[in-house]
Design a protein around this ligand. Structure first.
Ligand SMILES: NC(=O)c1ccc[n+]([C@@H]2O[C@H](COP(=O)([O-])OP(=O)(O)OC[C@H]3O[C@@H](n4cnc5c(N)ncnc54)[C@H](OP(=O)(O)O)[C@@H]3O)[C@@H](O)[C@H]2O)c1
Length: 316
């Protein structure tokens, strides 16, 4: 017996009925088989098209020039924790795409001031000192942004802290420190910027690949709990703000070569983490900045409520 599968249907020919019977012509057998396949195919396509709706090529029309959606020209972008690490890479990359920047820092004024110069000087960027774990300071930051540029188009809640704590060694102070900066800060930043955003604006949170890594160790508990809150805020805030035309997404970096990552890790551990990555390296802050650049641009408009991994295949 010959069993031929076609489009999910099985056509069976026995030695007696057909295909390789020595008494029948091979072309006749092939023709019989083809007819059978065509009947079966017709049956499928008449009731259930294989591809329900295929726009004709003439329906694919460019909405504007090929590069128009890829620029951030004169978009006002506020980045928390932008003096160092991923935040600093965000500032330089988004500025290279034409953005006007609000560079928030906590303690490193020199780096923030240097970034203002790199990002086009005081007409195109300002540095604002604010501790974004406090609501009154977030107010101060947003007021400075609106005072300078009149609106906020993109807010990136990047400032964050990592303490390695499991359930048995977390103090109330540790808990408050991490939740205040990693959760309360982004939550209330969103609340404060929304009144200054037009349709088409973006809120971008920073989560972590740790949330999807089965090999994560128990001492990531407190940090992962804060970033778990970020993931839920991303999903539900996106639903709540869609009616205002504001998209909310998060980027979830894998290990990135910054102070936050290196702190408290031995050479051997860092080597091991690099080895886990199929490209054999840590992420660079610029790798994450490019993903955020995409999420900030018009071309990502249909991405909403998503947590986008940026980990070079470390967590798959
Ligand atoms: N690095 C990684 O492997 C990794 C992986 C996944 C997710 N992330 C996330 O990525 C984000 C950035 O991390 P990073 O690695 O770039 O950290 P980082 O190198 O330690 O830099 C932290 C930045 O945040 C600022 N900051 C800290 N506390 C602040 C506060 N209370 N108010 C305002 N700014 C504050 C710092 O400002 P000053 O220097 O001026 O004090 C600095 O610019 C965090 O949310 C982190 O959880 C990082």
């Amino acid at each position: 017996m010959l069993d031929i599968s076609y489009n999910g249907h099985s056509v069976q020919q026995t030695r007696e009925s057909g295909i390789d019977s020595p008494s029948m012509d091979i072309n006749a057998n092939t023709s019989l088989l083809l007819q059978s396949l065509q009947r079966s195919h017709k049956h499928i396509t008449s009731s259930e098209p294989a591809i329900p709706h295929q726009p004709q090529p003439s329906q694919f029309k460019p909405t504007s020039s090929p590069t128009a959606n890829m620029s951030l020209t004169d978009k006002v972008i506020l980045i928390t924790g932008a003096s160092n690490g991923i935040g600093a890479a965000l500032a330089t990359h988004l500025s290279s795409l034409g953005a006007l920047l609000v560079i928030n820092y906590r303690s490193d004024e020199a780096s923030a001031t240097r970034l203002v110069t790199i990002c086009g000087g005081p007409s195109r960027a300002i540095a604002v000192q604010a501790d974004v774990s406090r609501i009154d300071e977030i107010d101060k930051l947003v007021s400075a942004a609106v005072g300078k540029f009149g609106r906020v188009d993109v807010a990136v809640a990047n400032a964050g802290l990592m303490l390695m704590r499991g359930v048995e060694d977390t103090t109330e102070e540790d808990f408050a420190r991490l939740f205040d900066l990693n959760v309360k800060g982004p939550y209330f930043l969103a609340q404060k910027v929304v009144p200054h955003m037009k349709p088409g604006s973006r809120i971008i949170f920073v989560s972590t690949g740790v949330n999807r890594h089965t090999g994560v160790t128990p001492n990531y508990l407190l940090y992962a709990a804060t970033k778990g809150a970020i993931d839920q805020m991303t999903r539900l805030m996106a639903k709540g703000l869609a009616s205002k035309g504001i998209n909310v997404n998060a980027v979830a970096p894998g290990p990135v070569a910054t102070d936050l990552f290196f702190q408290g890790k031995s050479e051997a551990l860092i080597k091991g983490i690099k080895g886990m990555n199929p490209h054999g390296r840590l992420g660079d802050p610029g790798d994450v900045a490019k993903v955020v650049g995409f999420l900030a641009r018009e071309e990502s408009a249909w991405i909403d409520g998503q947590i986008i991994g940026a980990n070079g295949g470390s967590f798959v």
